[in-house]
Design a protein around this ligand. Structure first.
Ligand SMILES: [Zn+2]
Ligand SMILES: [Zn+2]
Length: 717
């Protein structure tokens, strides 16, 4: 725990005085310039405040953070030096001074500042990491390792720590220790693709060719054409002792899944049918389905969709295939003999319509990785149809409530508190109904909704669990409405502690219930939100008093700390989803940026606009040839690393060599996903830590909406 609370408290008191002393709203202006990404103007505003209130370090700290964000480290360090004079005994200020000097490669000054911070607060996290980094650059192995291990105890869940430890071990040629640390980093954060490169290198060096090949392959999944990985994997292919499918064995479904102890299917009413695009890619479009192998434990029928004619009956467990062939669907029986060639859509259905399923067996022959590496199992029927110039389309036709049984456990952990599973069922149903009614993004694709993150994750029957199926049944037909219409119940994995308003992100609309607020109920008085207050009303609903926004300096402390929030939920939510840290080497990021933008060599990255939640909404990439600004949420996330950044809630620190060249980028971030609407981890926290029921959870994230139960039209059959 960081020792900031008392200082924050003092700052907020002084701050109030500052506002009173600045009737022209200088503070508000400086802050709004900061949000707009007008960093020189923001800095000027904060410096004017500092001149007017010379004993207050806060405006100087804010100015320093704005300089830093703008990439002006020297100016930031000078401003910070002025703040230090006013608050010499504040370990946070000392530590950040140390970091600015460290990133400027002034190790003597950095060391002095970190040591002072640690004298003031011996367990100061950022000072411990900073001092370790200084010793690492000075080549002092013993002190580096000792301090890094101390830091690891302070932030045991931080994957970035293990990554830093690994690089240090590698610098000291201690490869065995580096390997252990990298594996640890990946255990804590599987999406830390950057850590796979050095791990692959260590494996290859030790003659573990299969393992090295596996890691390089996973790097190439995210960074196709990466020069080191592409070259290495070619060399390794000749040295493998196992077949690639033995190194990465596919997931197999062997017997039907039985729902015990509760048979949800028998209790659900018959609901409307959804058309779900299966095995879709990032944009929700169909994948490359050129070859599919399928079967059913109960036996299958194949019918023509238009003619209604029964074409084939397939016995239980027998595998048949479909292939794409000259804009026809080529059906082959279990012996590989051509059974027929079809122009129109085919419907595959299990003979047990109620409890049966269709299974796609994994096959490396399929170009779509969804079907290549894992068996897939679906309730309902499957429609297969040729797409002009594009292989086969695969759509799951399934009743709404059965579809949701596959969605809820694909979106959240089935072990999460039950009330949060019910909230998830309601918002997933509401999203699906909106898409079904309006056609939406996938109208032209021939389905209502896709099965990926683009719409909502749906992994079919193979993923179902008792708890999540029961949550679907318990909320059957329940939708969230706003003024009588289904509400836009957007949701994301983890907000990082502060929900972003939809109006601040381009393309997300401006709904009153998609508002901006800390994801926190009644925070303790010493937290970052001293003035904020949430209270649940006795009869339902919540009171929200206006909250204080975080100034650039407080935001920095908040983001690099591990503050209390609904979604900070150790034991249920991975720590790396709430707070994360990544170090990306300059050459890796330069490679990544060049793939999408011809700006020449990457010189600088400057986050510009931020939402009040802190999410970055535009970044400037300065290259040797030109400068571009990227504004789309997913483009920003996809650009900054091999695997996409978990969210846009981040700060970048640029670390340079003594000669001014960039060495690497340190990203400190929070959350996972777009941060709008409901925070799934926060919902779990509200239910598990604060005992809230699903109605209270929905009211917290979507105030002003109402729950309504729809009745499905019952059809016979
Ligand atoms: Zn979609
Ligand atoms: Zn949250």
């Amino acid at each position: 725990m960081r020792l900031i609370s008392i200082f924050i408290f003092i700052f907020s008191c002084i701050c109030l005085k500052a506002i009173a002393a600045a009737p022209d709203g200088t503070q508000a202006n400086a802050y709004s310039y900061y949000l707009q990404g007008e960093l020189p103007k923001a800095t000027a505003g904060y410096l004017r405040m500092a001149a007017r209130d010379p004993s207050n370090p806060e405006p100087l700290l804010n100015a320093a953070m704005c300089w830093r964000q703008a990439g002006k480290y020297r100016l930031a360090a000078q401003t910070m030096d002025m703040a230090v004079i006013l608050a010499r005994n504040n370990p946070d200020i000392q530590a950040e001074t140390g970091w600015l000097k460290f990133h400027l490669a002034d190790y003597t000054a950095a060391k002095a500042a970190f040591e002072l911070a640690l004298q003031l607060a011996p367990k100061h996290e950022r000072a411990t990491l900073g001092l370790a980094s200084v010793y690492s650059n000075l080549g002092d192995r013993e002190k580096t390792v000792e301090l890094l291990n101390r830091y690891k105890q302070l932030r045991p869940d931080f994957a970035g720590v293990d990554y830093i430890i690994a690089w240090n071990y590698m610098n000291f040629k201690m490869y065995k220790e580096a390997e252990t640390a990298l594996i640890e980093a990946l255990r804590k954060d599987v999406s830390f693709t950057e850590a796979r490169l050095p791990l692959a290198g260590i494996y290859a060096r030790d003659g573990k060719f299969n393992e090295a090949w596996n890691q390089y392959r996973r790097v190439l999944d995210y960074a196709p054409g990466h020069p080191v990985a592409s070259k290495a994997i070619k060399v390794l292919e000749g040295k493998l002792t196992k077949q690639p499918e033995e190194i990465l064995p596919p997931f197999k479904i062997t017997r039907p899944l039985t729902m015990e102890p509760m048979d949800v299917i028998n209790n659900l009413s018959k609901s409307v049918k959804m058309r779900v695009g299966i095995g879709t890619g990032k944009t929700g479009k169909q994948g490359r389905n050129d070859f599919l192998k399928f079967k059913s434990f109960e036996g299958l029928t194949i019918t023509g969709k238009t003619s209604g004619k029964l074409y084939a009956e397939i016995p239980p467990d027998q595998e048949w295939t479909v292939e794409s062939s000259e804009e026809r669907t080529l059906l082959k029986d279990s012996s590989g003999t051509i059974y027929g060639r079809f122009q129109g859509p085919l419907i595959l259905a299990s003979k047990d319509a109620k409890n049966g399923s269709v299974i796609f067996e994994s096959s490396k022959k399929c170009k779509n990785p969804w079907f290549a590496y894992s068996d897939r199992q679906y309730r309902g029927a499957i429609e297969i149809y040729p797409i002009q110039g594009k292989d086969l389309g695969v759509v799951n036709i399934i009743e709404m409530e059965q579809y949701l049984m596959g969605v809820v456990p694909s979106e959240v952990a089935a072990q999460w508190p039950y009330e949060s599973l019910k909230a998830q069922a309601v918002i997933a149903r509401t999203q699906a109904i909106i898409r079904r009614a309006r056609g939406g993004a996938h109208k032209a694709d021939g389905y209502h909704i896709c099965d990926g993150e683009h719409c909502q994750a749906y992994k079919g029957r193979g993923n179902e669990a008792n708890s999540t199926s029961r949550a679907v049944l318990d909320t059957e037909g329940e939708l969230l409405l706003h003024r009588g219409k289904p509400a836009y119940t957007f949701y994301h994995s983890n907000c990082g502690g502060w929900i972003q308003a939809s109006s601040e992100v381009s393309g997300w609309g401006d709904s009153s219930y998609l508002y901006d607020h800390p994801d926190s109920v009644n925070p303790p008085p010493s937290s970052y939100f001293p003035k904020m207050n949430f209270r649940f009303k006795a009869g339902g609903g919540i009171n929200i008093s206006s909250e204080t926004a975080l100034s650039p300096w407080k935001f920095h402390l908040w983001l690099t700390d591990n503050p209390e929030a609904n979604c900070n939920y150790p034991g249920k939510v991975r720590a790396a989803e709430y707070r994360w840290m990544k170090i990306i080497r300059h050459k890796d990021l330069d490679f990544r940026v060049k793939r999408d933008y011809s700006i020449g060599d990457l010189r600088e990255i400057v986050p510009l606009r931020r939402s009040r939640s802190g999410n970055v909404n535009s970044i400037k990439l300065v290259g040797s040839k030109k400068t571009v600004t990227v504004t789309k949420e997913h483009l920003i996330r996809n650009l900054l690393g091999f695997a996409p950044l978990k969210s846009t809630l981040f700060e970048i620190e640029i670390n340079r060599f003594r000669d001014g060249r960039i060495r690497n980028y340190w990203f400190y971030g929070g959350g996972w996903g777009h941060g709008i609407g409901l925070c799934q981890s926060g919902a779990a926290g509200l239910a598990g830590k604060y005992n809230k029921n699903y109605l209270e959870i929905l009211e917290f994230y979507f105030p002003g909406t109402a729950l309504r139960k729809i009745k499905y039209i019952k059809k016979k059959g």
